[in-house]
Design a protein around this ligand. Sequence first.
Ligand code: SF4
Ligand code: SF4
Length: 143
Amino acid sequence: MFRMTPNIVRNLVVRKSTRMYPVEVREPFAQVRGELFNDIERCIFCGTCEVKCPSQCIQVDKKACIWTCDPFACVFCGVCVDTCPAKSLYQKTKYRSPTGERIIISQQGQPRKKDKAKDRAGESGTPKGSGEEKADPGGDPAT
Ligand code: SF4
Ligand code: SF4
């Protein structure tokens, strides 16, 4: 007991290494990879982020132009941001606020101009086999 006393006294006096999070929040570092955000107006729904995400927390519905993300599964790695060809993804410099609710982020975008042109061509009776059908760039969007 006597051997422990100095340690006990010191721990009562010195500043603690831990914080009372979330009451006391540390300022993030300058280049912290924080909350993920999609500027849906720029998104082209290519699906690259879905393919590249190591935690599989992104889903892209290419036809419906819906981008969905489970922020609780995100590990803030930044791979999706680095590989997004449209530069629509970015990470804020702060972390998401703690919450007790399970949320899924779902954003609805607009079809790309190319798709709109395709739709118009379809409406105006473009014959099948004219090349429109083969125009699917598909394949692996990650390549
Ligand atoms: S990689 Fe970028 S452009 Fe492609 S679906 Fe994801 S957010 Fe949209
Ligand atoms: S930051 Fe990483 S884990 Fe989070 S959505 Fe992007 S690729 Fe997935």
